[in-house]
Design a protein around this ligand. Structure first.
Ligand SMILES: O=C(O)CCC(=O)C(=O)O
Ligand SMILES: [Fe+2]
Length: 269
């Protein structure tokens, strides 16, 4: 259980990590079918499945092969704070070019540290690739090591033009159903997709239980349609309630045993 020493070494060195093929063929197919409908025919879906992480895609919220990594790189108490899916056609990109990296890691939301043999990352994204990906296809790319850079990203390393790319820019090859973890502070890009068939992926953001960067954008119908143990991943961002003796800890178990709504301020309030 947990990360191997090699995975820890790799994540600390580069700022990202691929866990290949963690999803079953059935899981891949049902999430791909849901995203196809979300993008092309949302009316065919029940309201609680019309965005991720509802319906079949809810399997990704607390996938054990993801949670065990997040516990080692963020900490024991974590929450999920955002997600979206992509159906990216040839020529489309995430937009905005290479972003992140450098001294902005000082912000505790993104902060990356390693001390006493433990990684403490701030926000971590997980990309669930639902098709096979080769580096030249245009999956997420990273300027490796930039999550620990002490100087601003140098413009010479920010080009995505072929022939002018940084030698430190790295993508990945992985089979459908893989999870790609990266610290939000590593300089990264969602490049132009180059393949004829689309990039189909779900992107989650996870944080320490005490922080919250993205305003919740999951529609109330989707959140309310999740089983309680999955709603718990969207619980309010606090650690302890000192009005009780002993203080109440905002653990998953506490949420499951209480009547707290997942979030008091769901999108659209
Ligand atoms: O589209 C991608 O591959 C990367 C997306 C991205 O940069 C982000 O979600 O922060
Ligand atoms: Fe990004």
């Amino acid at each position: 259980m947990g990360m191997t020493d090699e995975e820890k070494f790799r994540f600390d060195l580069t700022g990202f990590l691929v866990r290949p093929a963690i999803l079953s063929q059935d899981e891949i197919e049902s999430v791909v079918e849901q995203i196809d409908r979300i993008v092309h025919d949302p009316g065919a879906l029940p309201a609680e499945h019309r965005t991720v992480p509802g319906g079949p895609s809810s399997v990704l919220i607390d996938h054990p092969k993801v949670v065990e990594v997040l516990h080692e790189i963020i900490g024991p108490e974590i929450r999920m704070e955002g997600c979206y899916c992509v159906w990216r056609k040839k020529g489309e990109s995430h937009g905005g070019g290479l972003h992140g990296g450098g001294p902005s890691q000082i912000d505790p939301i993104f902060g990356y540290r390693c001390q006493n043999g433990r990684i403490h990352a701030g926000m971590v994204r997980v990309v669930f690739e639902l098709t096979d990906v080769q580096p030249e296809d245009g999956g997420t790319h990273f300027i490796v090591g930039s999550h620990k850079a002490n100087f601003d990203m140098h413009p010479d390393h920010l080009s995505m033009e072929p022939g002018k790319r940084s030698p430190f820019l790295m993508g990945y090859a992985c089979p459908a159903g893989s999870a790609v973890f990266f610290t939000e502070n590593v300089c990264h890009v969602g490049p132009e997709w180059t393949r004829d068939t689309p990039r189909i992926a779900v992107l989650h953001a996870y944080s320490h239980l005490a922080t919250h960067w993205h305003r919740l954008n999951v529609p109330p119908a989707v959140l309310n349609g999740l089983p309680r143990e999955k709603q718990a991943w969207f619980r309010e961002p606090w650690i302890a309630d000192f009005r009780t003796r002993p203080a109440t800890r905002n653990t998953l178990d506490h949420f499951l045993n209480s009547a707290d709504p997942a979030m008091r301020t769901a999108a659209g309030d």
